[in-house]
Design a protein around this ligand. Structure first.
Ligand code: ZN
Length: 367
């Protein structure tokens, strides 16, 4: 690692920092590496300089550099665990090392499960990790009109329809169908019961007070976009590779629920665009969702961010850490006296994240 940090590159770095006021500002901000370094992380300090050297070398090589915008977007429906810490630190690290901006977004549309005390706890945990982000924090629950507008645009395009089905209706419809396909989350694909209801019968059901979710008409949506949906994924090396989106695996996905007038998919693509996010860095459990997100972005004419889906932390049984699997909360480690540095070593962040960070920022050498 240290081999990267040659004196020449360090000189380049100093030169750039003196030329670019915002880079200099960022350098002084309380990013994760500052926090780590100040806790006697000698090895980390070396790595930090090494990576900065090579990144600045790249900055110097390109004139088309634009300032990356990253975000960490937890749901305040529980405490953060080590997997969240890994993702948050990775975003912070990449933002810092590229002179980018780090945003924090609370994905709190599920008001039955999200609570203000969890949001406060998340902020406390992130600050403890040494992260800093721009204000204000965006709360999705405050922006339902944005998501409604996006849904309305899709509806006007004829690629969204109301669905009155309960879960039971769907299970009944597919009960005797052998090997009925499921989406990547394991939910059976929607069998299309409400897809072709007449305008009259929809109006009638609404008039009777029935509530509807809204589903994407996948077939129509796919025919509304020109072929070759792709995205740029940064994974194993300094150059991104083109991934082919396969949104059809999601079938007629729910874009707005009966009880919540949006969905994760709509809210995330609208917010990433609204906040100008250039680099979506998140766990690989969302890799397949990106196919659907790309389709929505094209339909809504939103810009395509770069993506980096990082590895997931797993428990001793090989299961990914999650709130539902009762992963030990980050704050429990803190209360047990762990330092940030020990925790970072435990989640193997430095080597993995720095490799990933390099990969994720390789795009700045693009022509
Ligand atoms: Zn239905």
């Amino acid at each position: 690692m240290a081999a990267f940090g040659t004196m020449g590159q360090m000189e380049t770095a100093r030169h750039i920092y003196s030329e670019e006021p915002w880079l200099a500002r960022k350098k002084l901000s309380t990013g994760v590496l500052t926090a780590l370094s100040s806790k006697n992380g000698e090895g980390l300090l070396v790595s930090s300089f090494a990576i900065r050297g090579i990144l600045d070398f790249w900055l110097d090589m390109t004139s088309s550099y634009s300032r990356p915008v990253l975000r960490f977007a937890p749901s305040p429906n529980g405490y953060l665990h080590l997997g969240h810490a890994y993702s948050a630190l990775m975003n912070g690290l990449i933002a810092r090392e590229t002179g980018g901006r780090l945003l924090l977004r609370m994905e709190d549309i599920d008001f039955a499960r999200c609570r203000p005390e969890f949001e406060a706890a998340i902020i406390e945990d992130l600050e403890w990790l040494g992260l800093s982000w721009e204000q204000p924090v965006r709360r999705q629950a405050e922006h339902f009109p944005f998501y409604a507008e996006a849904l309305e645009r899709l509806e006007n395009m004829g690629v969204v329809y109301p669905c009155f089905c309960s879960r039971g209706d769907i299970m009944t419809a597919i009960a005797f169908k052998k090997d009925w396909p499921r989406d990547p989350d394991g939910t059976p694909l929607y069998p299309g019961i409400c897809r072709h209801l007449s305008r009259g019968s929809r109006a009638q059901r609404f008039a009777h007070g029935e509530k509807a979710s809204y589903r994407l008409d996948m077939e129509r949506a796919l025919s509304a976009v020109s072929d070759g949906l792709t995205w740029t994924e940064f994974r194993d090396g300094p150059t991104g590779r083109q991934e082919h989106a396969v949104p059809a695996v999601w079938g007629d996905a729910v874009l707005s629920r009966k009880d919540i007038a949006t969905s994760y998919h709509i809210a995330v693509v609208v917010d990433d665009a609204y906040q100008g996010v250039t680099d979506v860095v998140r766990g690989e459990d969302l890799f397949m969702a990106t196919s659907l997100h790309r389709l929505l972005q094209v339909l809504l004419r939103l810009p395509a961010p770069f993506y980096h889906h990082h590895r997931l932390l797993r428990d001793a049984m090989g299961q990914k850490l999650s709130k539902s699997s009762r992963a030990q909360p980050l704050r429990a480690f803190r209360q047990d006296g762990w330092s940030v540095q020990e925790l970072v070593a435990k989640i193997n962040l430095p080597a993995a994240a720095m490799g990933d960070a390099l990969a994720s920022t390789g795009r700045i050498v693009r022509p």
